[in-house]
Design a protein around this ligand. Structure first.
Ligand SMILES: Nc1ncnc2c1ncn2[C@@H]1O[C@H](COP(=O)(O)OP(=O)(O)OP(=O)(O)O)[C@@H](O)[C@H]1O
Ligand SMILES: [Mg+2]
Length: 485
């Protein structure tokens, strides 16, 4: 069982939320900040330009000490700039105030001081109305709200290149700040909506992603219980489809393997049962007929011996095949001559051929010197030759040839026997396959000989094929690479 929140589903969902949430926050933060800065800069530029215009107008009146004209100018400026305008003298003392509140007070605002000290013509700042504390834009953003902020713009009154006074404009930035706060709130609202959409999209996406994986897990469970016919659906595209396809091809292989294993076991048991049954009958006759004539008794014993020989051949053939299947079959290569092995094979089978008045001819155009497994190649030659002798009628001929074919040697075992039907030809290398079941069983065949030959030749890196024409004969052609060690 998967722990809650540990599955891919939750991880995808979390990743979705994190990515979308973070990028939204960064985007929203940057946007609000940029907008705030832009608005402030616009405001600063506009305030400065107008205030400097009024400062130029007021400078000659201050110089000559025309307070009436000055007070009119200040009132007009305050009206036009919709703020509070103060006129300060060169000591920073308030001379005029459009709000008529602070006369004679000395204002120590940095904007005022910087104009008076440095001779600069204009300055700007934002202060908290409640605390009077100056703020810079960075600390004001993101906005915390609650405090009301005012901007202080200053412009110097210049006469003969000397600062003789300062115009101070105090105007509320509350409206602008309010807009920014609203924008911030809206962003938060949008963030909640976006997060909800992200969760939904994440859920849909993760279920699309995990569904095939769950389906596959289900099929794996069924297969582990022995249902090899189970397959997953190959839907969609991309990696998951490839995974499903690879999985299905693996299941197909497993199914075939399981089937062929069952077939193998049932065929093998069947083959072992026949000689055992025969032996049982013979032995029972020997037991229950103690006064059996000696001649019959020894005939029975000879038959039992033959059945035992057959059993042991089948068992050793099966062992060879099983070994090859589990890739345990190791070749013990040594220097050998395939020609010599063929000669030896003919010699061994000559009595059997003689009994059927068959003629075996051997034509060696190459010695077939190579590095290979002697006992296994001996088995190849023997099995092919044995088949030829066994399935060819009396008086037939069998021709063995060995020749070079490029970097390979080619061994051919040709007979003029009954041949193999075209529909059976592709199956002769299958395990337990016999063309004519009854007939080849009579001649002692199990149908394993050619499959063993095929295994051995393949293991040596060679190939084998059969060519046959019904009624005319069969040829088995083996090609082996000349492994020089
Ligand atoms: N030279 C041949 N001519 C005609 N049929 C052949 C020849 N060689 C093989 N066959 C057919 O191919 C079948 C498979 O041969 P294979 O050698 O694998 O088995 P087998 O001879 O029946 O049994 P085993 O070799 O295990 O004792 C044979 O049963 C036979 O029907
Ligand atoms: Mg055979």
């Amino acid at each position: 069982m998967i722990k809650p929140f540990a599955g891919i589903r939750w991880r995808v969902l979390l990743a979705f939320l994190l990515i979308i949430g973070l990028s939204f926050l960064v985007m929203a933060g940057t946007l609000t900040n940029m907008l705030g800065r832009y608005l402030f800069e616009q405001r600063i530029r506009a305030d400065r330009a107008s205030l400097e215009k009024w400062a130029v107008q007021a400078a000659p009146f201050l110089y000559v000490g025309d307070m009436d004209a000055l007070s009119q100018t200040v009132a007009k400026a305050a009206e036009e700039l919709s703020g509070r305008v103060l006129l300060l003298d060169a000591d920073g003392k308030v001379q005029l105030d459009s709000f008529h509140q602070v006369y004679g007070a000395r204002l120590q605002y940095p904007q005022v001081v910087s104009i008076l000290l440095s001779g600069q013509t204009a300055d700007y700042g934002v202060h908290s109305l409640q605390s009077g504390e100056a703020a810079n834009l960075d600390s004001m953003l993101p906005f915390s709200g609650g405090d009301e902020w005012v901007s202080y713009s200053t412009a110097g009154l210049i006469h003969s290149s000397r600062v003789i006074g300062v115009l101070l404009l105090v105007s509320s930035v509350a409206e602008m700040m309010q807009n920014l706060y609203t924008l911030q709130d809206n962003m938060l609202l949008i963030f909640v909506v976006v997060a909800a959409v992200a969760i939904l999209a994440g859920m849909v996406f993760s279920s699309v992603l995990t569904k095939p994986i769950m389906a596959m897990t289900d099929v794996i469970r069924r297969m582990s219980k022995g249902d090899f016919a189970a397959r997953v659906q190959e839907k969609g595209s991309g990696e998951l489809k490839h995974l499903a396809a690879a999985f299905n091809s693996m299941s197909e292989k497993l199914e075939t393997l399981d089937q062929s294993r069952n077939e193998f076991v049932s065929n093998a048991s069947h083959e072992l049962k026949t000689p055992l049954a025969t032996m049982k009958i013979l032995i029972e006759s020997l037991i229950y007929q103690p006064d059996m004539p000696g001649e019959l008794r020894s005939e029975f014993l000879t038959d039992i011996n033959a059945e035992i020989n057959r059993l042991s051949t089948i068992v050793s053939d099966l062992l060879t095949l099983v070994q090859a299947d589990s890739h345990n079959m190791k070749l013990q290569r040594e220097k050998l001559s395939l020609g010599a092995l063929m000669k030896e094979g003919v010699h061994r089978l000559q009595p059997m051929a003689d009994a059927k008045q068959q003629v075996i001819t051997l034509s060696l155009q190459d010695s077939g010197d190579m590095y290979a497994d002697k006992s296994k190649l001996r088995q190849v030659v023997y099995n092919l030759l044995e088949n030829a002798v066994k399935y060819t009628q009396e008086g037939g001929t069998i021709q063995l040839t060995l020749q070079r074919a490029g970097r390979d040697v080619m061994m051919t075992v040709q007979d003029n026997g009954p041949g193999i039907r075209a529909d059976s030809l592709p199956h002769v290398f299958d395990r337990f396959y016999r063309v004519d079941k009854a007939r080849s069983r009579d001649s002692g065949g199990t149908g394993l000989g050619l499959s063993i030959v095929h295994q051995i030749v393949t293991l040596h890196g060679g190939s084998i094929r059969a060519e046959s024409e019904e009624g005319k004969g069969t040829a088995f052609i083996v090609e082996l690479p000349l492994h020089k060690g």
